[in-house]
Design a protein around this ligand. Structure first.
Ligand SMILES: Cc1cc2nc3c(=O)[nH]c(=O)nc-3n(C[C@H](O)[C@H](O)[C@H](O)COP(=O)(O)OP(=O)(O)OC[C@H]3O[C@@H](n4cnc5c(N)ncnc54)[C@H](O)[C@@H]3O)c2cc1C
Length: 266
């Protein structure tokens, strides 16, 4: 056994101040990653600071140009938001595919992005839509946020407060889920932005975590159609090979998931 002090913060400022006082503090949101890690003794924080009940971290706002999801909003709430379904249906669809009902009711977008699991779903949407991660200190563009496996631009103690997704002209997401966890063996999010840019991001595939896929983007820029990807070949270099799938299998999945995502986007 080791001792941990649990704190329920009531504001972002209070959470940040509690973090600064702890010797080895950790924020807690849905707990779907942090608690298993603690149970396995891979983390033994001195202080656990619960963000889940902070009102300013919960909710979804939609304007003409963006969907802003506050950090402690659950996957269930995103999946079932009529506003998200209308503005970016692919994002609601992605949230509905995360894990199982228990995971979706507790897991949060902020926890998912702070953790940056290489097979998590949200990073693909954040990168493909060119979202902005807002923290208690600054705003971070998606292109500068993901730094590798379980690694992000967040500084020690920095709190994600919200994620702002520009509303695209079209977007779609498709994943080949691991049959047990539902994490992405490979998932691809494609988007056509209002400025005419085409962005595609793959999760679950690369040894460096979520990545943009230039070959998919170039082909879709020439012709936004699933068939435009027929002749695209994705190199297996740098892709994950593990007991669930070899690198060349994941390379093939990137192309197939991208085609399904384009078909879903319409
Ligand atoms: C069985 C199972 C299946 C799953 N399947 C999927 C899946 O298919 N797809 C998928 O994408 N995910 C999946 N997940 C992960 C899940 O979706 C959660 O999103 C993820 O575990 C982290 O979110 P959380 O809110 O639970 O964070 P927590 O576990 O509470 O925290 C995770 C990390 O983020 C930090 N943190 C939390 N909130 C913030 C914040 N606002 N600012 C800064 N740091 C913060 C914590 O300190 C901790 O280090 C699965 C999880 C389980 C247990």
């Amino acid at each position: 056994m080791y001792q941990t002090t649990y704190h329920r913060a009531s504001s972002v400022d209070e959470a940040a101040s509690l973090f600064a006082k702890g010797t080895e503090a950790k924020y807690l949101a849905g707990g779907h990653t942090l608690l298993p890690v603690m149970k396995q003794r891979l983390a033994s924080p001195s202080d656990v600071i619960d963000l889940a009940k902070i009102k300013e971290l919960i909710g979804i706002e939609v304007s003409a140009d963006a969907v802003t999801i506050k950090a402690a909003t659950t996957h269930y709430d995103v999946a079932n938001s009529a506003d998200v379904k209308k503005a970016i249906p692919a994002l609601a669809d992605l949230a509905s595919l995360i894990g199982d009902p228990a995971v979706r009711h507790r897991g949060t977008i902020g926890g998912s992005l702070a953790n940056n699991d290489p097979a998590a779903d949200y990073p693909a949407a954040v990168l493909a839509l060119g979202a902005t991660i807002k923290t208690n200190k600054r705003s971070i563009a998606a292109d500068n946020y993901f730094k590798g496996l379980f690694s992000t631009a967040l500084e020690d103690g920095e709190i994600i407060t919200a994620v702002s997704f520009p509303i695209p002209v079209k977007a779609g997401y498709a994943k080949f889920p691991h049959p047990a966890s539902r994490f992405a063996l490979t998932g691809v999010f494609v988007a056509k932005t209002k400025s005419g840019d085409i962005r595609a991001a793959a999760t679950g595939a690369s040894e460096n975590g979520v990545m943009r896929v230039g070959a998919i983007e170039a082909a879709l820029k020439a012709n936004w159609a699933a068939s435009a990807l027929d002749s695209v070949s994705i190199p297996a270099t740098g892709l994950i090979s593990d007991i669930h799938g070899a690198a060349d299998y994941r390379a093939h999945l990137i192309k197939v998931m991208a085609q399904r995502a384009v078909a879903a986007a319409g």
